[in-house]
Design a protein. Sequence first.
Length: 381
Amino acid sequence: MSTDVLICGAGRTPFGRSETTGRQLAVAAVNAALADAGIPWSRVRAAFGGSDSAGLADTLVAQLGLTGLPFVNVKNGCATGGSALVSAVNAIRSGMADVVLAVGFDKHPRGAFDPRPEDWGLGAEYGSDGLMVTTQFFGMKIQRYMHDHGITSRTLALVAEKAYRNGGLTPEAWRREPVSAAKILESGMVSDPLTRFMFCSPGAGAAALVLCSPEAARAMDGTPVTLRSAAVRTRRFGSFEVFSPWIPGGTLTSVSRDASAAAFEEAGLGPGDVDVAQLQDTESGAEVMHMAECGFCEDGEQERLIASGATAIDGTLPVNTDGGCIANGEPIGASGLRQVYEVVQQLRGRAGERQVPDRPRIGFTHVYGAPGVSACTVLSR
């Protein structure tokens, strides 16, 4: 990176159901991040943020303070938070500002997401035929992957079992009760091979980060974490994504492979250097596939690695130590920044009962959103 970027403050709210509005949750997360950095809102020189359905991020200034700073709204599906973070990083690199806020928040009603096909460049018939139901896409994608690479349904259950176990160690998580792999397998089929307890749920929550230049960071409280890289990519031809109206034959491309490779190249590190990772787990199959797509194993190796406990908190590659989306739920705008918040706490050694042992030094985050957007970061202490 031409200019180092440090995360000096990180805050989040509890995720789940809430009577509080999405905007109120966002303000709470921002104030927590500011307090963590030891600065007032007036010290922030630019901000980027967004939500999918809880309002416009720039209107938060009505509660935070009318300081006149540039505040840019970001909307990029589940990658909204990651995209806001990349924008904040670039603002510091360019010299636009030395202290920048990234915030993501949302509040969704009960039930599945209900996007309109017209908003995604698709005909109305795509929705009337039932293809806007995201659970179908996730089921089809992991079904094909399991067939090609020998992954079993028990592995999917073990991913969710780990998520609920880690959620029980995370005070802000929504799902905090342990659930056995056997119960997960028996929880009712939603879209073969994915059962009810293998999915995350739409919910409410917010997360925020204060990013700083090295000079600004020296005047702040707390323990800064270095953001080594942040990359966003969109799908290339040959990808199989949410709301894909068709798929070509042959070898598939992957936006997650592209984004993670770009993040590692920029950081000058590789997957083997990572001590703790956060991977998008909209459902169990997503975590399995993203382990390979982000370079942490070969396709098919997940079966052995997950069974051995390698992705547990005390394993060789802890994944989704806070329970991920499965335990936290998914407020779309907040998920990517929740991931970074968790890695920041792990690298600081402040993750409490879920702390990865042996003082992790390198962290990685990956978020994926429709219709084929991925944002990845590499962090170090």
